[in-house]
Design a protein around this ligand. Sequence first.
Ligand code: S3P
Length: 172
Amino acid sequence: MKNIVLTGFMGSGKSSVGEGLARKMGMMRIIDTDGLIEEKMCMSINNIFATQGEPFFRTLEKSVVKEVSGLENYIIVTGGGVVLDKDNITSLRSKGVIVYLHVSPEGSYERVKGETHRPLLKVTDPLGQIRELMENRKPFYDDNDIEVDTTGLTVEEVVDVVIRKVEPLLSG
Ligand code: S3P
């Protein structure tokens, strides 16, 4: 069976939805690109950004994406910037269905404001930064197979919508 690849902006709920999907889709395992990068580097994403910079992180991300793209039967949770490199989406799509979880800037901000592990949001105006990044990334997120608007939905509701929309595409 094909992979379910979750894309979306920071705070769109990719990790929670991924876990919910893994619980309901009994046959599928879950993996996340940021987790794999941290494991390989024995370093947090924050630390990688701080000591090596974003371009280095993106190179690592690209190699990890290549690795997980070869899997089957996985829920692949991606970092919010994975879509910026078209090669990443091409690789992930070869054995997967790209599911984009849409969130509004305000919705993203609500979810991330209490957290400290996102280097790109360690700025004086995180909401302004979210708005700008989201606007710039829109064309990249639009390259998806299924889009789910998470506004006003609980994680469980998003999981159910994703399953309903993705199931017909998984066996192809
Ligand atoms: C990033 C999103 C993060 C992480 C890194 C960069 C981005 O993942 O990969 O901080 O560029 O949007 P989440 O989307 O899981 O927060």
